[in-house]
Design a protein around this ligand. Structure first.
Ligand code: ATP
Ligand code: MG
Length: 178
């Protein structure tokens, strides 16, 4: 893709399973065309090992995956100070990655939910997106995407739960959930 094509802002939101994995699919497609991807995961900790990170480290040098949360769950109604501090640091990483111009795609995984629960400043995220180097594609994922993000996005897909194995008591599984 030539550098004069303006990048897109894409959102995967909704209550069904498949948002983060859709973003990973897009990353795979981009790196196939030589566009490096920075995949930053808010509210996820480095101690939780995800198959995508193992795969990237082993086989995909053009896919950089980084976590900027803690290992345990965030209380969405009342996040801890540590969650705020980590999200702020993550936001600085996002700025560096986007503004470096080195990446064709920057994914801010779970950024929607981080904004919804007040861990990320929505207006500043919008400013970052709008002032990015023009060739950079951006993907935001997560439940409860704020309306102001939907308004500026080029593409928004809502993944809707029809059913999920979790409700039958099937717990998180390697290769499916992580
Ligand atoms: P995936 O990472 O599998 O693409 P996701 O990004 O759409 O899922 P999140 O909302 O980020 O899902 O939730 C993280 C994890 O919670 C998922 O790995 C997942 O399987 C589980 N999950 C997602 N949707 C549901 C659901 N509707 N009910 C129960 N668990 C869910
Ligand atoms: Mg997700």
């Amino acid at each position: 893709m030539s550098e004069d094509v303006k990048g897109l802002v894409m959102v995967y939101t909704g209550d069904g399973k498949g948002k983060t994995t859709a973003a990973l699919g897009l990353a795979l497609r981009q790196i196939g065309w030589g566009r490096r991807t920075f995949f930053l995961q808010f509210m996820k900790g480095k101690g939780n090992v995800y198959g995508e990170r193992i795969a990237a480290e082993k086989y995909l040098p053009d896919l950089e995956i980084e976590q900027c949360g803690r290992d345990s769950f965030v209380d969405l109604n009342d996040p801890d100070q540590i969650d705020r501090t980590l999200a702020e640091k993550g936001f600085e990483r996002a700025k560096e990655a986007i503004n470096s111009g080195e990446y064709g795609l920057v994914v801010l995984d779970e950024a929607c939910i981080a904004m919804a629960c007040g861990l990320l400043p929505t207006q500043e995220v919008i400013e970052l997106i709008e002032s990015r180097p023009s060739h950079v594609d951006i993907v935001l994922t997560g439940r409860y995407c704020p309306q102001s993000i939907i308004d500026i996005a080029d593409m928004v897909s809502e993944v809707k739960e029809i059913k999920h194995h979790f409700t039958r008591g099937i717990k998180a599984r390697k290769g499916i959930e992580y």
